[in-house]
Design a protein around this ligand. Structure first.
Ligand SMILES: [Zn+2]
Length: 115
């Protein structure tokens, strides 16, 4: 017989919910207040660094995500025929006979790694 326990959880007290909601709003306001205070103090510290010649910026968001974004996922291709990076031997598939591209050809075809 657990019908009594069921009754308790089902019975939502509107006044109690209003009280909780008001507490929640107070907490949310407090949270913003703390955030603003911390931000101001961090900005003050950054200003001190800036005056010392160090340039830092306060950035909102996950730094790990942006670090992953800058990582190059593309694998560097290497051509055994030309012995250069930037393409592989598949670039020679229409070539008869297969031979290394000249530096000019590499440049024209955009097959060599820039830099
Ligand atoms: Zn090649």
């Amino acid at each position: 017989m657990n019908s009594m326990a069921k009754e308790e959880t089902k019975n939502v007290d509107a006044a109690e919910m209003q009280k909780k909601l008001s507490q929640y709003r107070q907490l949310a306001g407090l949270r913003d207040e703390i955030k603003d205070g911390v931000l101001r103090s961090v900005e003050d510290q950054l200003q001190v660094l800036s005056e010392l010649g160090f340039s830092y910026r306060l950035v909102e968001g996950n730094t790990r995500a942006s670090a992953a974004k800058t990582k190059r996922p593309k694998k560097i291709l290497h051509c055994e025929i030309c012995n250069v990076d930037g393409h592989d031997k598949r670039a020679h598939k229409n070539q008869k006979p297969r031979q290394a591209f000249t530096p000019k050809e590499l440049e024209e075809r955009g097959l060599v790694e820039a830099g």
